[in-house]
Design a protein around this ligand. Structure first.
Ligand code: H2B
Length: 101
């Protein structure tokens, strides 16, 4: 998997505006999700996990009660790839309607 160029990255990130780009480790994106409670947070994580396994692309994440902190990067590419952006899009879709108002 190829690491995105700066121009490709800018274009791709405009499709997932709620993810924050960071330059560490060659490029990562991060978003924090907050749910009503732990059950909702874990239901979200379960759906993401099934998708990630199917796509063979996995989030780095931490969960504390109702909060899920997700970082995406592509180890094989030493930075951000199209697969991270694609996964972020799916994660956004899963989270839609689940998060705390
Ligand atoms: C062998 C397997 O394809 C790789 O280890 C996959 C698995 N999941 C992955 N997930 C992420 N986020 N980055 C990777 O480079 C990656 N590589």
């Amino acid at each position: 998997m190829k690491r995105l160029t700066d121009a490709e990255r800018d274009a791709a990130l405009s499709t997932v505006p709620q993810w924050e780009y960071g330059a560490l480790r060659g490029g990562v994106i991060r978003r924090v999700f907050v749910f009503a409670d732990f059950t909702q947070a874990f239901a979200f994580m379960t759906q993401v996990a099934f998708h990630a396994e199917k796509a063979d692309h996995h989030p780095e994440w931490a969960n504390v009660y109702n909060r899920v902190d997700i970082t995406l990067t592509t180890h094989d590419a030493d930075g951000l790839s199209q697969r991270d952006v694609a996964l972020a899009q799916v994660i956004d879709r899963i989270a839609e309607g689940m998060q705390r108002p």
